[in-house]
Design a protein around this ligand. Structure first.
Ligand SMILES: NC(=O)c1ccc[n+]([C@@H]2O[C@H](COP(=O)([O-])OP(=O)(O)OC[C@H]3O[C@@H](n4cnc5c(N)ncnc54)[C@H](OP(=O)(O)O)[C@@H]3O)[C@@H](O)[C@H]2O)c1
Length: 182
């Protein structure tokens, strides 16, 4: 199964995740948790990263995978922290990025608060760019967009815009020479 790095995948119990020798952050909470548990059951080494040390510790306790699960407190919008994360993991097989901070982001446009918008963009878009810049994956990097990019809900303009930008980033990366010249 190799080495996975997962960035910020919160479970249905609100436990965040991010992984290391093969994985990163995206998807639905319950399925994300099930996928992580499945990877560990198949023998993968996984590192998960998020901002909350308490939730990472809870994930470690819950998963009980011993040395095959590492957790690293990381804010993916902070370049120094992303650099330290990848310096700690070294090259991994797969990176999955699910980091999102969408608190307050679903609002009618006239009620939007700039700080909430910035938190969403910082975690989901700048975080993805920093992971592309500093992360080295032998296999793949997966980002998580969302149906909101294509079928926005009421009050979902900002989420739609950020998800759409993430899709464009993935398209651009897929056309760039591997690993990071684009
Ligand atoms: N749930 C859905 O129905 C749904 C639908 C479509 C798309 N998606 C997308 O799927 C992905 C995962 O969604 P989710 O529902 O699992 O989200 P979630 O439950 O809110 O979990 C987000 C995770 O991101 C972490 N995080 C937030 N800001 C961060 C930062 N700056 N640096 C590092 N970690 C950060 C959070 O942990 P900390 O707070 O501890 O950092 C948390 O673990 C997101 O991209 C979301 O937009 C979800």
């Amino acid at each position: 199964m190799g080495d996975w790095l997962g960035m910020s995948w919160r479970t249905r119990r609100n436990i965040p995740w991010n992984t290391h020798r093969s994985w990163s952050s995206a998807a639905v909470r319950a399925s994300g948790w099930a996928s992580l548990a499945g990877l560990l059951a198949d023998g993968a080494n996984v590192t998960i990263a998020a901002r909350s040390a308490d939730r990472l510790a809870a994930a470690e306790r819950e998963l009980g995978a011993g040395e095959r699960l590492r957790t690293i407190v990381t804010d993916v919008s902070q370049e120094g922290q992303v650099e330290r994360l990848f310096a700690s993991t070294g090259p991994v097989d797969h990176i999955v990025c699910t980091a999102v901070d969408a608190v307050g982001a679903y609002q009618p446009i006239r009620r939007l608060d700039l700080t909430s918008i910035q938190k969403l963009v910082n975690a989901k878009l700048y975080g993805a760019l920093l992971i592309a810049k500093h992360g080295t994956a032998r296999g793949s990097i997966t980002y998580t967009s969302g149906i909101a990019a294509y079928r926005p809900a009421a009050g979902g303009s900002v989420v739609a815009a950020v998800n759409g930008a993430l899709g464009s980033l993935a398209a651009a990366r897929s056309r760039s020479s591997w690993p990071r010249s684009g």
